[in-house]
Ligand binder design. Structure first.
Ligand code: CO
Length: 168
């Protein structure tokens, strides 16, 4: 089956700041979307991708903390039920090409999600995997990397992004 690459929405595309709605359809159309999102994430060298980043305002995220094909997670309607610890670390985002920022995240989270078949899971995630999921979950709530830094840093990152886009 041929997979399609989906165009990534770049800041300030308005779809990136909308709260996404729950997904209830696990049929063929959604399965194709999951596959296309996975393919797009790997081709773009991402460790995660959220549906709003491809213009679809649904609560779907892909995470591949190992960056190895076949080891990715498709997480639908994810919810964080508990979190603990705090850690600062660098993050990039496919919607902010060439940008990196230090962001504070919980070190460990307890996550509920549905897999691509709709089956429910409760898992404990930590460190980098927990960070990736928290970043992608922010996308589902219309929250971006630049919303997680100071006002001054935000202005600096937006200016840098504009320059990166011009130089592409
Ligand atoms: Co992102």
């Amino acid at each position: 089956m041929a997979m399609a690459l989906l165009p990534i929405k770049i800041y300030p595309d308005p779809v990136l700041t909308v709260k996404a709605g729950p997904l209830s359809d696990f049929g063929p159309k959604s399965q194709t979307l999951f596959d296309d999102m996975i393919e797009t994430m790997y081709v773009e060298d991402g460790v995660g991708l959220a549906a709003p980043q491809v213009g679809i305002s649904k609560r779907i995220l892909i995470a591949s903390p190992s960056m190895k094909r076949g080891q990715e997670y498709v997480m639908i309607n994810p919810e964080i039920h508990a979190s603990s610890g705090q850690e600062i670390g660098p993050e990039g985002c496919l919607s902010f090409p060439g940008i990196s920022a230090e962001v504070v995240r919980a070190k460990e989270i307890r996550l509920h999600y549905q897999d691509r078949q709709g089956k429910h899971h409760d898992v404990q995630l930590k460190d980098f995997f927990a960070r990736v999921v928290q970043h992608e979950m922010d996308h589902l709530n219309g929250i971006l990397l630049i919303d997680r830094v100071s006002f001054d840093k935000r202005q600096e990152l937006i200016a840098q992004l504009q320059q990166n886009i011009q130089n592409r």
